[in-house]
Design a protein around this ligand. Structure first.
Ligand SMILES: Cc1cc2nc3c(=O)[nH]c(=O)nc-3n(C[C@H](O)[C@H](O)[C@H](O)COP(=O)(O)OP(=O)(O)OC[C@H]3O[C@@H](n4cnc5c(N)ncnc54)[C@H](O)[C@@H]3O)c2cc1C
Length: 386
């Protein structure tokens, strides 16, 4: 006999597990298909998450449980640099300090909370899904290697290269190139965050500390990807005196926000990277993935309670929470990544600019407020036609 659920979730990253937590907490029967693209269970050693794990402390406000067991370290020292020039350092306030997490541990904590709330996780990748008529009702019928299951609703949360979007009839998000590299940190390495401009064409490079390790990331933010992203990351690491091999650089596209999208389909919603919700200036995507997962869970809970328009309401809600602000971020990204040298100079001359960016990263400020507070002049200088 078919296994029946209220909701099936494709993908067990932060968006999928957050959605599962919210739905299970509402008492709904939810199943997460926790396999990856290759069909292996999520987080298996062959497919660990490719993410440098910098998390805004603002996520603590989204969830009603303690995330500290999954925090690897907390960092207050931040440096901004142009290539190898002397960096500009700043110290974040305690409330703004960035969390550094290892994604396997962080995602596992969210998954354990969802399971404790009553969600089912199956370590399989769906082979296909379609809406079928069941006793006068429409339901998702999902094929998995462990057999078929049915669900009244679906949440697509299988990341930037989503397969499931096709099944619900929505287009994939626009993606940009990104790479990451994890290295053992020398014992005397000071734990701090580095943001480096000028190394990557139309993008930037970053280093996030972990206990005994450092995670490097690099991404292109506008236009075509930089084909030499991996070489540039390795060359940078070598200049810092870190042992790095190109073979260890891992590549994965990043789904930067590039305009509001319709995120609801018939009996389905999209969350996280599959919805194209990463920050177009910083590539931060964990916070919006958790938030959209929670909101998607709540919207499907409302639809199950018979609230008409709950799914359409989700698209509107995400546009209000993220889209409106990301529209400002996109303009800022155009200025920053088209004219990085000039932007860096202007921003570092005005200490206020880097302080404002830190407040955005920790969730204290929105981009719209930053623009009002002084970046507007900088943007006018760089993009006078805007
Ligand atoms: C190099 C790099 C570094 C980054 N660093 C940071 C950072 O430091 N801080 C930050 O906030 N953001 C960072 N991001 C962005 C962040 O990783 C994403 O925004 C975030 O992981 C999105 O969460 P998600 O749950 O939507 O997707 P994912 O975390 O990608 O999870 C999707 C899940 O679905 C699974 N899956 C894939 N295909 C299928 C399928 N067909 N069926 C079922 N499941 C499937 C995947 O295996 C995965 O488990 C980084 C991104 C990249 C590429």
């Amino acid at each position: 006999m078919d296994r029946e659920f209220d909701c099936v979730i494709f993908g067990a990253g932060v968006a999928g597990t957050s959605a599962a937590y919210r739905l299970a907490s509402l008492g709904r029967r939810v199943v997460v298909l926790a396999g990856d693209r290759a069909g292996s269970p999520t987080g298996s050693p062959t497919q660990p998450p490719i993410c440098t794990g910098g998390v805004s402390p603002a996520v603590a406000k989204l969830l009603d449980f303690d995330l500290t067991p999954a925090i690897d370290c907390v960092v207050r020292d931040v440096r901004y640099a142009w290539k190898d020039d002397a960096p500009v350092s700043m110290q974040l306030d305690a409330a703004q300090a960035m969390w550094m997490v290892r994604r396997d541990r962080f995602d596992a904590l969210l998954r354990d909370k969802a399971i404790a709330a009553g969600a089912t996780f199956e370590p399989v990748t769906a082979k296909g899904a379609r809406l079928v008529e069941v006793e006068g009702d429409r339901r998702w019928c999902v094929k998995t290697p462990a057999g078929e299951l049915t669900a009244a609703f679906a949440i697509v949360a299988d990341g930037a290269r989503s397969t499931a979007l096709r099944w619900v009839g929505l287009p994939r998000p626009t993606v940009r190139s990104a790479v990451s590299l994890e290295l053992a940190a020398p014992p005397d390495e000071v734990p701090r965050v580095d943001f480096v401009l000028g190394e990557i064409d139309r993008g930037f490079l970053w280093c996030f500390p972990k206990q005994g390790a450092v995670s490097l990331g690099a991404a292109t933010f506008i236009g075509e990807g930089d084909p030499e992203l991996a070489d540039r990351l390795v060359a940078y690491a070598a200049r810092r005196g870190w042992q790095a091999e190109k073979a260890n650089v891992r590549q994965r596209p990043i789904a930067l926000w590039s305009g509001d999208r319709v995120l609801n389909a018939e009996r389905a919603l999209v969350a996280g990277d599959a919805a194209g919700l990463s920050d177009p200036v910083t590539a931060e995507g964990i916070r919006s993935a958790i938030d959209s997962g929670l909101q998607a869970g709540a919207a499907i809970g409302a639809a199950l309670d018979g609230q008409t328009g709950a799914l359409r309401g989700y698209t509107r809600q995400i546009q209000q929470t993220w889209g409106t602000d990301y529209a400002w971020a996109s303009r800022l990204a155009q200025a920053l990544y088209r004219f990085p040298g000039a932007a860096y100079k202007l921003a570092t001359q005005k200490r206020k600019a880097s302080q404002l960016m830190s407040k955005v990263l920790c969730g204290e400020l929105r981009y719209s407020e930053v623009v009002e507070l002084g970046i507007a002049k900088l943007m006018k200088k760089l993009l006078p036609w805007e």
